[in-house]
Design a protein around this ligand. Structure first.
Ligand code: ZN
Length: 158
């Protein structure tokens, strides 16, 4: 198990557009394993490669629905409905904001063996997919937060 350092807001790498993966390599497999380890260790539900400083189109997601997803070169091919809810990010520790997302998405991607997969997400999974894919284009949830972002402590007080 290896943990990677999570880049935080203000680090310019979080604002770059990531490059597609053209082939799986032992190095990328290790990266993906480390991304899962880092996500679980920090109690996140998702992590994108740029958050650990790698500008590749790779995300990992686990919203505790019994699946752990590794999505490579992911694309959202269908969005339906709407949900508004609180969102946080491992790159903006201690902060939350309300973000509007589709309630249902269909995402095409490659898995760790570079096989094509389709992942359908509702609710939290749809939110996590949208949030993580935004990272691959240098977008942070705070850019979309309806009333800005605030500290988690403030949220508890409300
Ligand atoms: Zn994030």
């Amino acid at each position: 198990m290896a943990l990677r350092k999570i880049r935080v807001d203000g680090d310019e790498i979080l604002r770059k557009v990531c490059k597609p993966v053209d082939k799986m390599t032992p190095r990328l497999k290790t990266l993906i394993e480390d991304m899962f380890d880092t996500m679980y260790e920090t109690n996140g539900v998702g992590l994108a490669a740029p958050q650990v400083g790698i500008l590749k189109r790779i995300v990992v997601i686990d919203v505790e629905d019994g699946n752990a997803y590794c999505l490579i070169n992911p694309k959202i091919v269908l969005e339906e409905g709407e949900q508004e809810g609180n969102e946080g990010c491992l790159s903006l520790p201690g902060l939350v904001g309300t973000v509007k997302r589709p309630n249902h998405v269909v995402c095409q991607a490659l898995d760790i063996n570079m096989n094509e997969i389709v992942v359908e997400g509702e609710g939290l999974l749809a939110r996590a997919i949208c949030h993580e894919l935004d990272h691959l284009d240098g977008i942070l949830y705070k850019d979309k937060a309806l009333d800005g972002i605030h500290s988690v402590d403030e949220d508890i007080k409300k």
